[in-house]
Design a protein around this ligand. Structure first.
Ligand code: SAH
Length: 394
């Protein structure tokens, strides 16, 4: 198959020589023909040397690279990619694990498949295309996943309606690509969650906090815990599992609080240690006084794009300052940022500024990140989006 050719400006091949998978529109000199969004293109340097093959898209990232080798992009090509992704999860002991049956199967650039997220929920794979190219091949990839996973995979649900670029103007409707399934109960380190990929946020669940939730368990014994921005309550019942004295879960969304209550009940029925509140974080934290000695702050991405960076850093500073001000002496703060545009250093600095306002003595115990089923492609450092700190406050 001959692909349309995208020729770069002189010198713009450098990032591709270092295997960075994005080509910005400003790097392009010309395109051989009119392109449809999502089409595969062949990228060459100004000297016409082959560089990569990728999916074309209108927008600042014009091409997302799927291959740095000059190969045919066919079913065998995609099958190899999927099987490499699956092998990595097998190496982590995830598919078929006794205690954990929810994990990320495909993590975009981290799995050499920019523009695609696939999460696995106890037999159902939730397919989320962030690029038109990955959306176009959804049926093909669903069939290949079934071929590779066999009985482990019951259904594939496409949930791309909110993640496709709006410029593409694709009228996408969510629905099953293969099989069918009902919202189900998944297990993470033996604890249960009700997951609803149809109605829930993201693909239904924040899988990326699994290891950090487990770490909260270790710090919880005898503590009074606040789980701020709790969504489906994961940090709360890991804290309960760890022997917390009391656990308060807070989220601005009434649906999230309902989900948290259900999930706590699944694991700790009628346990009086837990209470959940629908409240805005800043309101709740304004006067929580010295009620807690373990606080988890896991806000939504305060900055979804570069333009919002300054404001986001201010918000991280303010909210962490509220926690430092009021946490009891000897308290533990788990604080996170999932904004891709906020770097690890910027986040740490924002937390540092929050601490400095209060003058508390603060020590870093752990530096946290996303789990291994959300791998970071070493040539694409932007993929390291989840950052966290565990802090000891004297
Ligand atoms: N910690 C969760 C994931 C948090 S996602 C887990 O482990 O699964 C972020 C959550 O913050 C969402 O549930 C969202 O409803 C909530 N949220 C957003 N803005 C908020 C605000 N101003 N105050 C309280 N909660 C908020």
């Amino acid at each position: 198959m001959t692909l349309p050719i995208v020729t770069l400006k002189p010198g713009k091949e450098q990032s591709l020589n270092r295997f960075h998978p994005w080509i910005f529109s400003g790097a392009i000199k010309f395109i051989s023909q009119e392109l449809e969004e999502g089409e595969l293109v062949r990228v060459v340097s100004a000297r016409q040397d082959f560089l990569a093959i990728g999916h074309y898209q209108i927008g600042s990232i014009a091409v997302r690279v799927v291959s740095f080798e000059d190969v045919e992009i066919n079913a065998a090509f995609w099958e190899k990619k999927l099987s490499e992704a699956l092998n990595l999860r097998r190496a982590l002991g995830l598919p078929g694990s006794e205690h954990t049956n929810v994990f990320r199967l495909i993590h975009g650039e981290g799995d050499g498949m920019p523009g695609l997220i696939v999460d696995f929920y106890n037999g159902t794979a939730v397919y989320q295309a962030h690029s038109v190219g990955m959306y176009h091949i959804r049926h093909e990839l669903a069939t290949l996943l079934k071929k590779l996973m066999g009985d482990l995979l019951v259904a594939v649900y496409d949930k791309s309606d909110k993640t496709l670029p709006f410029k593409a103007d694709i009228q996408s409707e969510n629905g099953y690509l293969l099989g069918a399934s009902e919202p189900c109960i998944v297990k993470e380190y033996g604890l249960a969650y009700q997951v609803d990929w149809v109605e829930g946020q993201k693909t239904g669940f924040f899988i990326d906090q699994r290891e950090n939730r487990k770490l909260v368990e270790q710090f919880s014994k005898g503590r009074d815990v606040l789980n701020m921005f709790c969504y489906s309550g994961g940090f709360s019942f890991f804290a309960m599992q760890g022997g917390a004295n009391l656990v308060h879960s807070v989220d601005a969304s009434a649906k999230a609080i309902e989900l948290t209550r259900q999930n706590v009940a699944l694991n700790f029925k009628d346990d009086p240690r837990h209470e959940a509140f629908v409240a805005d974080a800043f309101d709740f934290m304004r006067d929580m006084k010295n009620r807690y000695d373990l606080i988890v702050l896991d806000p939504p991405a305060f900055a979804k794009h570069r333009g919002a960076l300054r404001q986001a850093l201010q918000a991280y500073k303010r909210i962490n300052a509220k926690a430092f001000e009021q946490i009891r002496p000897g308290g533990i703060l788990f604080t996170f940022s999932c904004s891709q545009v906020v770097s690890k250093d910027q986040f740490r600095e924002a937390v540092f500024s929050g601490a400095a306002i209060t003058g508390r003595k603060v020590r870093i115990l752990h530096q946290l990140h996303q789990p291994a089923d959300h791998p970071v492609n070493i040539y694409h450092p932007e993929g390291e989006y989840l950052k966290g700190l565990v802090l000891y406050v004297d």
